[in-house]
Write a protein that binds this ligand. Sequence first.
Ligand code: NAD
Length: 317
Amino acid sequence: MTETRFEGQVAVVTGAGGNPGLGRAHAMLLASRGAKVVVNDLGIGPDGRSVLPADPRAVVSEIEAAGGEAVADLHSVADEAGARAVIQTALDAWGRVDILVNNAGIGVVSGFDEIESTHLERVIGVHLMGSIWMCRAVWPHMRKAGYGRIVNTTSGGMWGMPGLTVYGTAKFGVYGLTRGLALEGGPYGIRVNAVSPGGVTNSFHHFYTIHDPEALQAFMGHQPAELVSPVVAYLAHRSCELTGGLFDSSGGTVTARLFGSTPGYSNPELTIEDVRDHLAEILDAGHLVIATDPRDAAETGNDEVVRILEPKPYQRL
Ligand SMILES: NC(=O)c1ccc[n+]([C@@H]2O[C@H](COP(=O)([O-])OP(=O)(O)OC[C@H]3O[C@@H](n4cnc5c(N)ncnc54)[C@H](O)[C@@H]3O)[C@@H](O)[C@H]2O)c1
């Protein structure tokens, strides 16, 4: 069986300075398979307060010690200039960028009305805006090259989890970004997917408690960050033509998250009472239409609209 290799490819992995950390694991796997890697990390740690250390230079040393090629980058992904500088690091070192893995993030566990406003903005700023700025920074280069692979990071928090409403909002936004860019990148050979990981990283004890010792041991033992990276690396490979997908990956299990809509109920003179009286039909998931590849409007459920709507040229605000 041929090995999946990345010779000649340049990858940028953001937030890859933590140990153990998902970003580090992705960077090390890509480098071990021949990619040249920009190991980016602002160094503030997943807690966002430098309580938990993160140093991309240490990860670069590990990659080099294993015979790989990497450079460290310490810019922030959370602002436009910083994101551009991260991509520039790759261009300065190797003149190209083929792969972008958006992984950088900070965690804040709190009630929706408990988190301070500035912290709320920081969470959105790193996860959602950071992914947007990084994709914007790399996009012209990938478009010009007619090739690119982007892997974004979401989270189970996007489905609603205690303490993670703001974070989950940002992560659902990252999925929206993934879908839209998958569509826009189609003609340019750019494929964009998202991974929702589960891995015991150095942030785990900082944010969570598992009281049951057996459950704790099982959780710690079965979810190394390294088991998420094969999914990320596969989606980053030239041979992967999937786009707009969302994959859950933890503990060696990979699943696809699919969105579906029900056939529903229609009435051209719809009333409030119709909605009330036909709720079972509206919610009936027996015949779901699954939205898969966003390049095919028939598969997203947007067929009718896309067929008749043509976007007008960009009008500045
Ligand atoms: N660990 C999990 O089980 C889990 C679950 C769901 C989602 N995630 C997501 O996976 C990603 C990685 O999580 P992790 O737990 O492995 O943490 P990690 O060790 O990869 O840490 C993230 C890194 O991002 C860096 N960072 C923060 N803000 C930055 C910025 N503005 N610019 C550059 N770097 C910045 C931090 O210094 C930290 O080292 C995050 O996006 C997280 O939300 C993780």
